[in-house]
Design a protein around this ligand. Sequence first.
Ligand code: ADP
Ligand code: ADP
Length: 233
Amino acid sequence: MIVFDQVQKSYQVGGEAVPALHPTSMTIETGEVFGIVGHSGAGKSTLVRLINRLEPSTGGRILIDDEDITHYSHAELRAFRRKVGMIFQHFNLLSSKTVADNIAFPMKLAGIYSATQIRERVDELLARVSLVDQANKYPSQLSGGQKQRVGIARALACRPTILLCDEATSALDPQTTQSVLKLLGDINRELGLTIVLITHEMDVVRRVCDRVAVMDAGRVVEMGPVSDVFLHP
Ligand code: ADP
Ligand code: ADP
């Protein structure tokens, strides 16, 4: 469970604190797919980056599974970040590494897995995202959908309990979007992962999200089950 308790975030811009997230309280339940929508600049990425502490908050408390992450030490943060995977609009793969090495990379960085553990986990993930035959290819040899499936496998490498998706299907065509959404849905159901998903595509929200928050100018202005927030005739 992810709990925001009066969380706020300001960025320092030219010596001035500019608010990007006004004090916000909300709860994301374990195992749900939670969508975040809103115009560009509304604060969606900021909110998501607060969850894995890519950005430190400037006020309030963030509790993840009852632990306050806002005061974590460096060592605690390292361990915590393994519990939170992230995928990106432009995939952010390492172009000089093969598919298998991209997936293995976070496990190697973590420094706590044996070579055997890494090899077995990579094989398992290649199968899960249907890229067994692409294991030794480089990102430039893959289609967009395949690249994002590598991104998903990499995000899952250290067995996270939360998966953050920042416009993960925005660079993909509609058909590929469907296959990536299906994969995310399978992962949510089969692994019980909590998924927090930023999108500007209403179809994505309707298809996979349990609940949704609408953000505007640094505030959550609406939140609830998708069918309540987006009434359609
Ligand atoms: P969204 O993801 O909804 O487009 P962001 O969270 O990226 O919104 O941005 C929210 C606000 O915070 C915007 O006004 C943006 O310009 C500002 N902002 C985001 N990141 C930074 C940063 N690193 N430094 C200063 N301002 C930032
Ligand atoms: P692209 O079209 O960009 O190459 P896709 O994501 O559409 O990538 O997938 C390529 C192939 O892999 C398609 O034949 C598709 O049916 C198959 N595929 C995609 N996702 C899965 C999945 N989760 N399980 C099995 N096969 C999949």
